[in-house]
Ligand binder design. Structure first.
Ligand code: SIN
Length: 487
């Protein structure tokens, strides 16, 4: 892919180009740091309630024009936006890696993934159908209309600075909503770059507004504002719960994509090559900092030793380092709090009887921040460990053995979370049985990488509610209105 900024530029040069483009939005406030080096990258405004309300003013002012555009035109603008992202994927990836840390190739993959949500939503804009329902009186007609909910607020995390925005933004804009967006404090630059590209693609002013700064003040202002009709949040269960309490004031509609604690089951009849490959891809994506990556491995007794030894060998090969360096597959953790959590979980597991099969320690790299953790496999995992209760958000894989299918399902479901679960088997009957029994919103059946723009993504239980992706995502941004028409 050739980019506008040139294919031979270094990641640093590409980042400089982006900082020049979004310069008007870069002002003193919150400093953005490169998590791999601790270097200062840029500052963004530390905005609060007033700026949040100002963004709603702009979104409200643009609402009528946007919702009244024909759906085909909204779709065309979204497609253009997606195309511009793809044209700029290398430079966007450099910016994303600089503020978030993930390896460049993975960052470019995220940009493609992010653009796919806009592309898919562009098509959905033209498929927002109403209905004519048969009435029980001959002189009546029942019309069902689908209309945009109004101004939608979008609050996103740092682990996917591009994709978590477009996964919400695409369907919101396709439905005819205007939006206000608050990206994570750690990764606002990718969001500002998306805003720049959206303007360039022709999305009118006021349709996609970004506010950076203080999360509680911004979300508080949005949930106190009756003009904000919907809030979609991806982040921790704890924050999701606070937002839900505040949303009661204006009965703001919510979608909450919260924490996960994914089990990964390997049955005796699994294809072990695929299971190991799927486990590595799944667990170490973004250094284990995803809501859907495996938090615990349960392996059936007949293949336990072989799976664990192949998995250990595979993860030993993974190179840890700065995301812009050649061949790196695991970047830094986002910050020191993230590192402290990983270390606490591992120390707690060891104190409770786990053993380190691979990793289990920091990786210190000359000239870089002390924020890299080795890909880790722990054996002797038990339910009392912190690893079993909380999301680790790091490259740690605790493994336990099981004997019976029922036991594995019970262990897998013994969690307050219900976002994603994985299992490997060659038995078709078991595949259906286990898929139906797992209390999770996303199931990877012989698949460690289930995320895609066409599918409904979201959780159950403490992992939240609402679905993003696919045609299901449109529901969150549409009101259903019925007209009883006496003819
Ligand atoms: C997440 O961590 O919430 C997103 C993962 C994905 O979209 O695959």
């Amino acid at each position: 892919m050739t980019t506008e900024t040139g294919s031979r530029q270094s990641p640093e040069e590409r980042v400089r180009v982006w900082l020049g483009r979004i310069a008007p939005e870069i002002r003193s406030g919150i400093g953005v740091q490169n998590p791999a080096t601790d270097e200062f990258v840029a500052s963004v405004p530390n905005d609060g309630a007033a700026a949040a309300r100002g963004a709603v003013d702009r979104a409200e002012a643009a609402a009528a024009q946007w919702r009244n555009l024909v759906a085909e035109e909204r779709g065309r603008l979204l497609l253009r936006f997606a195309e511009r992202m793809l044209e700029e994927q290398d430079s966007l990836a450099a910016l994303l890696t600089t503020e978030q840390g993930k390896p460049l190739a993975e960052a470019a993959g995220e940009i493609r993934y992010a653009a796919s949500f806009l592309r898919f939503a562009a098509g959905e804009a033209e498929r927002i159908y109403g209905e004519l329902v048969p009435a029980s009186q001959a002189d009546k007609r029942i019309l069902v209309l689908r209309q945009p909910v109004g101004v939608a607020a979008i609050v996103t995390p740092w682990n996917f600075p591009a994709a978590m925005i477009t996964r919400k933004l695409g369907p919101a804009l396709a439905a005819g909503c205007t939006v206000v967006v608050k990206p994570a404090e750690q990764t606002p630059l990718t969001a500002l770059a998306l805003g720049w590209l959206a303007r360039e693609a022709g999305i009118p002013d006021g349709v996609f507004n970004i506010v950076t700064g203080e999360p509680a003040a911004i979300t508080g202002a949005w949930l106190e504002d009756p003009r904000v009709r919907k809030l979609s949040f991806t982040g921790s269960t704890e924050v999701g719960r606070l937002l839900m309490a505040k949303a009661s004031r204006n009965l703001t509609r919510l979608s909450l994509e919260l924490g996960g604690h994914a089990p990964f089951l390997v049955f005796d009849d699994a294809d072990l090559d695929r299971a190991v490959e799927g486990a590595v891809i799944n667990k170490f994506r973004n250094a284990g900092q995803t809501c859907i990556c495996a938090n615990r491995f349960y392996v059936q007794a007949g293949v336990y030793d072989e799976f664990v030894s192949r998995y250990a060998a595979a993860i030993r090969e993974l190179k840890v380092g700065r995301g812009t360096d050649e061949g790196v597959s695991i970047g830094p953790l986002i910050d020191d709090t993230g590192m402290a959590k990983v270390e606490t979980h591992v120390e707690d597991a060891l104190a409770r009887g786990a053993t380190v099969r691979e990793g289990g320690k920091r990786v210190r790299l000359p000239g870089l921040a002390d924020r890299f953790y080795a890909p880790t496999l722990l054996e002797g995992f038990t339910p009392e460990m912190l690893l079993a209760q909380e999301e680790t958000f790091g490259p740690v894989s605790p493994a336990a053995r099981f004997v019976h299918e029922e036991e594995a399902i019970a262990m897998a479901n013994a969690s307050r979370y219900g976002l994603a679960a994985y299992f490997y088997t060659r038995d078709a009957a078991r595949l259906m049985r286990v898929a139906e029994a797992l209390e999770y919103g996303v199931i990877g059946a012989n698949d460690g990488a289930p995320s895609t723009a066409q599918a409904p993504f979201g959780g159950m239980k403490h992992s939240g509610f609402g679905r993003e992706g696919g045609r299901y995502a449109m529901e969150d941004y549409l009101e259903t209105k019925y007209v009883s028409w006496r003819i």
